[in-house]
Design a binder for this molecule. Structure first.
Ligand SMILES: [Zn+2]
Length: 209
């Protein structure tokens, strides 16, 4: 905890002052251009891997960067309400769903019943990936590396499909008002791959210009 306290003091005394004008310009409202949906994993830092600063990314992080299908529910729907807000109140221009290598959330999908009984809400959350789990179990029986790789990638494709269920998203995409991307970040190499919708595979991100 001491590190965090000295970090906060350093922020107030040094980092904040260096970017004082930026923070002042943001004091009344945010106008982020991008909704970034990533994993809660401590190794995935959205602003670091996109080279962005305060006010640019509206970030949602949850276990395994899952986008649930849209619904209006009686329960407390954190991810769904944040996506709804980003789309309809902030009018963001880009959506990035970012997965990553060695995702503990994706791996928890294969925990034993006993392990999952200790984390009942995570167990429930991961039922969103149950169809993927069944498909992958039949493909990669004992190969856990292959299983992780497939789960992380198919989870991203599943999230892309689910985001299309949010009101107005498909229309906005067709009209070119928003862009939709799925990224896969490899922690130990720093490489970021992007899903190619036409070829249905992931390729290293390239400069567009
Ligand atoms: Zn993860």
């Amino acid at each position: 905890m001491e590190n965090l306290i000295s970090g906060a003091i350093k922020f107030m005394q040094q980092d904040f002052k260096e970017h004082k004008e930026l923070f002042e310009s943001l004091k009344n409202k945010q106008n982020p251009h991008t909704l970034f949906i990533g994993c809660s994993d401590s190794r995935v830092i959205p602003s670091l891997i996109t080279n962005t600063g305060p006010g640019e990314l509206f970030v949602i992080r949850n276990i395994a960067n899952i986008v649930p299908p849209y619904r209006i529910g009686e329960d407390f729907l954190s991810t769904t309400s944040a996506i709804e807000y980003a789309l309809n109140s902030l009018h963001i221009k880009n959506i990035i769903v970012c997965g990553h290598s060695n995702c503990g959330g994706c791996n928890a999908l294969y925990y034993s019943d006993e392990e999952l009984s200790k984390i009942p809400n995570v167990k429930k959350w991961l039922t969103l990936l149950e169809p993927i789990k069944q498909d992958i179990k039949s493909i990669s029986k004992n190969d856990t590396a292959m299983r992780s790789w497939l789960t992380e990638k198919l989870n991203l494709v599943n999230s892309l499909q689910n985001i299309l269920t949010y009101p107005g998203v498909e229309e906005a995409l067709n009209q070119g008002k928003i862009e939709l991307h799925a990224w896969y970040y490899i922690i130990e190499t720093g490489e970021i791959y992007e899903y190619n919708f036409k070829e249905k595979n992931f390729t290293l991100i390239q400069n567009r210009r």
